[in-house]
Design a protein around this ligand. Structure first.
Ligand code: 5BU
Length: 457
């Protein structure tokens, strides 16, 4: 089977689609390639395996990897034909922090050729290469069946990886045109789409009105600092706030740790918020069904809805939590925990993606996400998947990397800000200092400098 015949077969099996498709990144694409079904058409499967074998047989490698799920059965056949060992990264284990698990036998220093079905940006390829490299496997070459943009090759080249593709988008369009299987207007639409930057073009869309309010205050106060005021006595709380309040854009509270909480606390806090001009984020981490969080938010001792500008929420219980919190309420919204900073936390890529899907559906309820990562690149990758212009708050930040003895993991201010954080959340880094005011100023200046530099680029 030659490449043109393969394309015509793909079209026939429904693997090449035209219409309106929302990609993982949130971008709307006028076309979509779905190669998952190829395995059910022996002739097409044989065809693509034959083409791949031809493409890679003279390359230098010891192992073949397939990226699950789509490319794995295809790579299996290629490996078998070339008599090479196959490996892959188990997808379910690929939770953030814990790293993926490589299945199959290999030796450190082995060279691995990685096969995938498609490439748009290089992001997921780089992620899998990094995982292999962590295990001592060398990765240099990627082979994909369809290259749907020029961005992927550029992204990979920046990291010194080579991309080999069987067929390009242009070749697909030419072949379909030759066989009258696509209209000229569709070709123009697709070319127009692909000539725009492939990076998330939704980014400038205002999806939540409150993000602008926070951004404005960041600029007004020239501060990206959120103080996590985790102390248990009112006196300590207000003593520190006195010294630090003017340095911060937002104050993060855990209201339920204040031992001597009484009816005077909230009015006093609100006075500070007004005078020192900061938002209040109550880090309540709502996680229950809508009906319960509604009570937890509005009732009880703390009546959080009355005074907190923002709250944090998990979406483990689904979008009902957000409805329970904010239905029929104006001007309030949440920061959603899309990743956590603590070691061994159970949030994985799939969960994070589901959070973004809910945010795409209910942008009015979500001002931003809380997230963390291995390093700046990992955080950038995380942020690039936000559905709109939500803000990124990064906790687990100190001047030096490290951890506490209860699983908290720390990144540096630079890691977080280079990763694209709009704000850093700092607790003990400031609270345990002998001079919280000067320490807060240090964090603030550091973050603001990087923020300004990065916004210019
Ligand atoms: P620290 O003292 O800077 O480690 O405090 C961090 C604060 O941020 C603390 O109040 C946590 O409850 C909060 N936090 C976090 O550390 N990691 C997370 O993923 C989330 C919140 Br969400």
């Amino acid at each position: 089977m030659n490449k043109s015949e393969f394309i015509l077969k793909l079209k026939k099996t429904g693997a090449i689609k035209f219409g309106e498709f929302t990609l993982k990144s949130g971008v709307i694409s006028p076309f979509y390639f779905d190669l998952r079904g190829v395995i059910s058409y022996p002739e097409v499967l044989d065809g693509v395996v034959e083409l791949l074998v031809e493409k890679v047989k003279n390359m230098e490698f010891d192992l073949i990897a397939g990226i699950p799920y789509t490319a794995l059965p295809i790579a299996t056949l290629v490996a078998s034909k070339l008599n090479k060992p196959l490996i892959y990264i188990r997808k379910e284990e690929k939770s953030y922090g814990s790293g993926g698990k490589v299945i199959g036998k290999f030796q450190k220093g082995n060279k691995c050729l990685v096969i995938d079905d498609l490439i748009t940006t290089g992001a997921s390829k780089i992620e899998s290469a990094e995982e292999f490299e962590r295990q001592g496997i060398k990765v240099k070459d990627f082979v994909v069946i369809i290259d749907r943009s020029i961005q992927g090759k550029i992204d990979l080249a920046k990291r010194n990886y080579r991309l080999h593709s069987l067929i390009s988008l242009n070749f697909i369009l030419e072949t379909l045109e030759k066989h009258n299987l696509i209209s000229n207007s569709k070709i123009l639409e697709i070319q127009n789409f692909t000539s725009k930057p492939t990076k998330n073009s939704n980014k400038n869309k205002v999806t939540n009105q409150l993000t602008k309010k926070v951004k404005d205050k960041i600029h007004q106060k020239q501060s990206n600092l959120i103080l996590s005021l985790d102390v248990t006595k009112q006196q300590d709380f207000f003593e520190i706030l006195d010294k630090v309040g003017d340095q911060i854009v937002m104050l993060k509270t855990h209201i339920d740790i204040i031992t001597d909480f009484d009816e005077k606390f909230i009015p006093k806090l609100l006075k500070y918020a007004k005078k020192q001009n900061f938002f209040i984020l109550e880090d309540r981490k709502f996680a229950d069904i809508g009906n319960t969080v509604n009570y937890q938010y509005k009732e009880g001792v703390y009546k959080i809805a009355d005074w907190a500008d923002f709250v944090t929420a998990h979406l483990i219980a689904g979008a009902g939590t957000l409805h329970g919190l904010f239905d029929n309420l104006e001007g309030k919204s949440a920061f959603v925990l899309a990743r956590m900073s603590s070691q061994g936390n159970l949030i994985n890529e799939n969960y994070t993606r589901k959070c973004f899907e809910i945010a795409r559906q209910f942008p009015q309820f979500i001002t931003g996400f809380i997230g963390h990562g291995k390093n700046a690149i990992d955080i950038q990758r995380f942020k690039s998947k936000f559905p709109g212009n939500e803000l990124l708050l990064v906790p687990g930040v100190k001047l030096k990397r490290g951890h506490d003895n209860l699983g908290q993991q720390y990144l540096t201010v630079k890691d977080a800000m280079d990763g694209g954080a709009d704000c850093i959340i700092v607790g003990r880094g400031i609270l345990k200092s002998s001079n919280p005011r000067s320490e807060a100023k240090l964090y603030r200046d550091l973050a603001w400098k990087i923020y300004q530099k990065n916004s210019k680029e």
